[in-house]
Design a protein around this ligand. Structure first.
Ligand SMILES: Nc1ncnc2c1ncn2[C@@H]1O[C@H](COP(=O)(O)OP(=O)(O)O)[C@@H](O)[C@H]1O
Ligand SMILES: [Mg+2]
Length: 571
């Protein structure tokens, strides 16, 4: 059914508030549609959040089916009433002329006329002022220095493009949430591609499945193969890679002592600096053994080797020569049960084998050589396991935050703001578990804004994301989301998400999204543009690949039946 935008569609009935009104409509109100309502403070714009159809003669308390049938025979089925519930958003005038939201203080009056908002009016609201870039895929307003990218069109009016404010998207953080297949990756691709091409944005896209590696042929992109200098690792990161949880108290204590010894030496001597941190940790245990042997060898011979005791103080004395002021830490290690030392060494040796390619003493020390400023950096995590990914993502995020702080306060460090997009956020920023990434991301969520480090959390399991971090994402793009617990959790972490909009999430089509937050002028339902060069997210082409293989067989490989027929019947 086509609609003339701007036409009168109904009148307000019942009791109203400054925030909500119900209207009686000539035709079924559509969810997400914008309407204009007459108002004493000047016309207001609202969004339809609920749509109802009823029949005044067939009310809920009807008990007699025969009487109901008779009623229908008499009055006809078509005696329906249609109602819409509208969330009142702002005075229209401020939206159209200043692109500013100004809520009204008083309710609209019952009897006020309701009109559909027309394409022209909506365009004035949703298209920011400024110069069009990339055929309208972006807009740049030189005066304010603001940039906007187009993410799609109004779901109810394809004639109205929808833009979001890039500065706010980055500075106030963003989340893209939806069930699998609803269009998250496509949304990520649209945003990353346009921010990169229109504004030379520095982006980091953490790609778990390698699905974005060939998704941006037109952008200036950089594929990042995860490599990390072992000397740049923090204690908690080494612990993650070595699979030593802080709850293994004894092993963790050993690890901490080894780490501190190397760390304190590393900052002092050149000799240490060119060697692998983890090898050095292992070396300490070897060292300790030979020192203990030496001490024992100086003890009276009549005691059997086993019964000779080595005191902490003796170790401290002898370790002084090589370890200087960290000799005390080495001595403390000698006090611990040997089993724990060997367990930790075993785990560190395992770690060295498992992460041979990942931990690279020649990996770039300066983060700018890894995450290139001005580029769309796609980090290929598809070859790294979960622990490796956790450590690498945490390393990148914390280093960028530190370097941005340095840049903002001292003018040296990482020179451009950066937007970190994390797919599968529920894995590395989980609710009930402690990860390196979670610690860093919650810090970036809190402090990033000041230093120009933004995050975008992408997930199909919102309810498993750390609540703290998710609440810090002011902007939300929520595509189809059916699971009730996921829905409730998203609502808990989004201020603007009303019950009505929440209910609507179930009925969204693929690529349709509820868009909320400071980066959009109004809460809105958008049909996200399709990213053209996308190979990502598709179901594997199962049947075609099988068929292709079977037809290849016919032409290339010998067909067993043919062979058999030749032999048997001389065909
Ligand atoms: N905005 C859109 N317009 C058209 N098709 C889309 C859109 N978003 C997603 N799709 C289709 O749905 C499929 C799954 O999308 P994807 O972004 O991979 O979902 P998700 O990442 O949420 O699992 C895509 O391959 C594409 O065919
Ligand atoms: Mg995806």
């Amino acid at each position: 059914m086509s609609r003339e935008p701007g036409k009168e569609v109904g009148i307000v009935i019942g009791e109203t508030t400054p925030a909500y009104a119900i209207y009686l409509s000539y035709e079924p109100p559509r969810l997400g549609e914008y309407v204009v309502i007459e108002h004493p403070e000047g016309p207001v714009l609202g969004m339809v959040e609920e749509s109802l159809i009823g029949n005044a003669f067939l009310t809920e308390d009807a008990k007699d089916i025969r009487a109901a049938m008779k009623t229908i025979e008499m009055i006809g089925e078509e005696r329906l009433y249609l109602k819409g519930k509208v969330r009142i958003l702002s005075r229209l005038e401020d939206l159209v002329h200043k692109q500013k939201v100004r809520p009204v203080k008083t309710p609209p009056k019952p009897g006020a006329k309701v009109f559909l908002a027309d394409t022209d009016t909506l365009t004035k609201i949703f298209v920011p002022r400024g110069a069009l870039v990339l055929n309208g895929e972006a807009i740049y307003d030189e005066e304010s220095g603001r940039g906007y990218i187009r993410i799609g069109t109004l779901a109810n009016n394809p004639g109205v493009p929808v833009y979001v404010d890039v500065t706010r998207m980055v500075a106030r953080h963003t989340a893209i949430l939806a069930m699998t297949g609803a269009g998250k990756s496509n949304t990520v691709a649209v945003i990353a591609d346009r921010v990169s091409r229109a504004f030379k944005g520095t982006l980091v896209l953490f790609d778990f499945h390698g699905e974005y590696l060939d998704a941006f042929p037109d952008a200036d992109y950089n594929i990042v193969v995860p490599r990390i200098n072992p000397n740049a690792l923090k204690l908690s990161e080494i612990a993650t890679l070595a699979n030593i949880s802080p709850s293994y108290h004894k092993q963790y204590r050993v690890l901490r002592l080894l780490y501190e010894v190397v760390y304190k030496k590393l900052s002092q001597s050149i000799e240490f600096r060119n060697r692998n941190f983890i090898e050095l940790m292992i070396d300490i245990v070897d060292d300790l053994e030979s020192m203990e042997e030496e001490i024992k060898s100086k003890q009276p011979l009549q005691q059997s080797n086993k019964r000779r005791k080595v005191s902490k103080e003796q170790v401290r004395q002898i370790a002084k020569e090589k370890y200087g002021d960290v000799a005390d830490l080495v001595a403390r290690l000698s006090d611990l049960k040997k089993d724990y030392l060997y367990e930790v060494v075993g785990k560190l040796e395992d770690l060295m084998l498992r992460y041979k390619a990942f931990l690279d003493i020649n990996a770039p020390q300066y983060i700018g050589n890894l995450i290139v400023p001005g580029k769309l950096n796609v980090v290929d995590l598809s070859q790294v396991d979960r622990e490796g990914s956790d450590v690498f993502v945490a390393y990148v995020a914390r280093t960028l935050l530190e370097e941005r702080k340095r840049y903002v306060t001292k003018g040296e460090g990482y020179g451009t703001p950066v937007f970190l997009v994390l797919e599968e956020a529920h894995i590395l920023v989980p609710k009930d578990e402690d990860t390196n990434t979670k610690r860093v991301f919650s810090q970036v969520a809190r402090e990033g804004r000041k230093f120009g480090v933004g995050i975008c959390l992408v997930s199909q399991r919102p309810k498993n994301i750390d609540e703290n971090s998710l609440s810090q994402t002011n902007n939300k793009i929520i595509l189809r989301l059916i699971e009730p617990e996921d829905q409730r959790y998203v609502q808990k972490t989004s201020e603007q998400l009303s019950n009505e909009l929440l209910g609507l999430l179930t009925s969204l089509d693929t690529g349709e999204a509820v868009v909320l937050g400071d980066f959009t002028i109004l809460p809105t339902i958008v049909k996200i543009d399709e990213h053209k060069h996308k190979t990502m997210g598709r179901d594997p082409d199962v049947v075609r690949e099988w068929m292709a293989r079977s037809s290849k067989k016919k032409s290339g490989e010998p067909d067993l039946f043919d062979e058999f027929a030749k032999m048997q019947y001389g065909l």
